[in-house]
Design a protein around this ligand. Sequence first.
Ligand SMILES: [Zn+2]
Length: 225
Amino acid sequence: MVHIRTRPWRLSLIIAEPPIHLTAVFWAAKYFVTKGKPLEADSLIAGFSAMDKYQRKDVLYNLWDQWLAGSDKGRAAKAIFPNIRERLRCKWVDPTSDTIRILSGHGPFGTYLYDRTLSQHPNCLTDGLRDDPNNVVFDCFDVPDAMYDIRRRVESRSLSDAVRSESDWPILSGAFRALVGSREVASLRLRVSVRHEMVAYSLIHGQLYPLGIGESIHTELCPAS
Ligand SMILES: [Zn+2]
């Protein structure tokens, strides 16, 4: 039995790495081509053996997009990057754990915690507004100073537009880091719940949390005492 370390699929768009099953199909097709077995390669991806590397890349992106479009999950990420080519165009977006949490909405936000019954309501405790990433970046009062800097720069008040500005990215990613840090959750209930949630997620989906992300969530919510 082969165990493959994989990641929650919605992250493929933000991380800009193809989902593991598409990667595997492409590896297999390439393998058959190098072994001089074009029919086997073409049975995996139609016409694969006759394509050049640019055509193959195109096919990969199309399959990747179809796969993303076919799911109702990952709405927050898809609202920012409607397709994989848009994501790859924003090459400056480095997928750190803070970036991933803010762009996917799976982080220390009222909406996320409420959906997982880790919070009583989805709104911000400071201002009563809906507490999701877009709101936090553009509306919340209780944010790091760097966030006000971003608000002055991005007129459209859209997270999608904010990440498209390469020159603003260093400020934005710094603000993300400060925001996630400032929202460190100290309550024991949440510490335990989040840990349980991660274990439950792994069991239900048969997936391991990506090591870096899981660890950083764990470290942040469960500081060594
Ligand atoms: Zn707020």
